[in-house]
Write a protein that binds this ligand. Structure first.
Ligand code: ATP
Ligand code: MG
Length: 409
């Protein structure tokens, strides 16, 4: 059955059409992009599959002068770069022997075989260059009904790759509408204890994606009830703060950037203790940036208690940045509008003195310069960032003079 023109336009973009054309022999768009087209969601990554072996894919793209990167050559994936966007092109495969992520792959030219190694029916559809849909397992109907359904026997599919438990709850968080399938849920419950055998990177990538869903709570609640959450995140014992955060976000029509939101949500699920946040970040092998954000969000909301005084908020903005302060305000909850307004309005000032200014005043280059600079910055902050450069220089002289007097120089 062909897609409607509107659906075709979404998935068969000029770049995708060009790639399908260059790959020729029955290449198709596959996976999440096809699913999202049916769900009228924005389509971001468009993956392509083709029966051509990876070295042939490299060749035909080179002839067409399209840049390629062999991102996962051994398991058949080549990334084509077109107009600055990457498109993964994967050779059709069957998984012969699966042990976790390291499935031994065999290439095939059978589309149904390739579809059957995918996880859920809604993720196993494909669309060809003419806009014809191939849906081997009833994925369209499942997607539209909000049914996340394993292809094949859930237990077996989870044993092949335990990550599929987390993927189940992730897709349920995004698309689930009906009650979850009892058999699938039972399989997740029974095999949850295998989750810690997965690498931290795979766990955290799926979990953070799950947290970025519009309504992650029902899925998280199921994860709690089935013992899935405790298997890898025993630190999470309540969803109350996340629920409050989502309410506050909704009431204030706030949308954080997509990168920050999952970390904020994770912070809302953890006890507000910096050391605990750092331990979780290290367990999940989060990036340095996310680790710092999580650690900051464990302590910052408490500092925000009296932000009716804009000066307190200004200090925190200067120390932690607007993004962290906005996130911490939402986490703190209550009447957040005045603080959010002030955060958007106030321009974080730049400290008007540098080390070389202090050296010019006669302080020898070395640790003393830093000491003077820090004392000066503290004075500037205490004066609500008002003193300009000239006033700062005058104050620096004073600090140096006082320092010399107290050390008797
Ligand atoms: P998103 O839009 O969030 O990226 P997606 O469906 O594209 O969703 P990916 O994780 O990018 O999800 O995976 C791409 C496709 O690869 C999936 O749609 C699915 O068909 C297949 N897939 C990915 N991981 C697995 C897995 N662990 N087991 C089976 N199939 C998988
Ligand atoms: Mg994807």
């Amino acid at each position: 059955m062909p897609l409607t023109l509107e659906q075709q336009e979404k998935i068969l973009t000029p770049a995708v059409r060009r790639l399908l054309d260059v790959l020729d022999a029955d290449a198709r768009a596959v996976g999440g992009a096809v699913r999202d087209t049916f769900l009228r969601r924005a389509v971001f990554d468009i993956d392509i599959a083709s029966p051509l072996p990876p070295e042939r894919v490299m060749e035909v793209l080179a002839i067409a002068k399209i840049k390629t990167v062999p991102t996962g050559f051994a398991h058949g994936t080549v990334t084509a770069v077109l107009d600055g966007t990457g498109y993964e092109i994967t050779t059709l495969r069957r998984d012969v022997e699966t042990y976790g992520r390291h499935a031994k792959v065999q290439f095939t030219d059978d589309w149904q075989e390739d579809a059957s190694r995918r996880d859920f029916t809604m993720n196993a559809m494909s669309v060809d260059a003419q806009g014809a849909l191939y849906d081997y397992f009833g994925g369209e109907a499942d997607a539209k009904a909000g049914r996340v359904r394993f292809i094949g026997d859930p237990r077996q599919r989870i044993r092949e790759d335990v990550l599929r438990i987390l993927r189940y709850f992730r897709f349920y968080a995004f698309f689930g509408r009906s009650n979850p399938d009892a058999d699938a849920l039972g399989a997740c419950r029974d095999l949850a204890s295998l989750i810690p055998t997965l690498s931290a990177e795979r766990i955290s990538k799926e979990f953070l994606k799950l947290l970025s869903a519009d309504t992650p709570v029902p899925s998280l609640r199921l994860m709690m009830e089935t013992g899935v959450l405790i298997a890898f995140m025993p630190e999470i014992t309540s969803l109350d703060r996340l629920e409050a955060l989502l309410k506050t976000e909704k009431a204030n029509a706030v949308a954080l950037c997509a990168e920050r939101e999952p970390v904020l949500r994770l912070a809302s699920l953890l006890p507000p203790i910096e050391a605990d946040a750092r331990a979780v970040a290290s367990k999940l092998k989060l990036s340095n940036r996310d680790t710092e954000a999580l650690a900051t969000l464990a302590k910052l909301p408490e500092f925000l208690e009296d932000t009716d005084v804009p000066q307190t908020l200004h200090r925190l903005l200067y120390a932690y940045g607007a993004g962290n302060c906005r996130a911490a305000t939402l986490l703190k909850g209550g009447n957040v509008a005045p603080a959010l307004d002030e955060i958007s309005r106030w321009k974080i000032p730049v400290f008007p003195a540098k080390g070389e200014d202090i050296v010019k005043l006669g302080v020898p280059a070395g640790p003393q310069v830093g000491q003077v600079l820090r004392a000066l910055e503290k004075w500037w902050i205490d004066n609500d960032f008002q003193p300009n450069r000239q006033a700062c220089m005058e104050q620096a002289k004073q600090i140096i003079y006082n320092g010399e007097r107290s050390t008797g120089k």
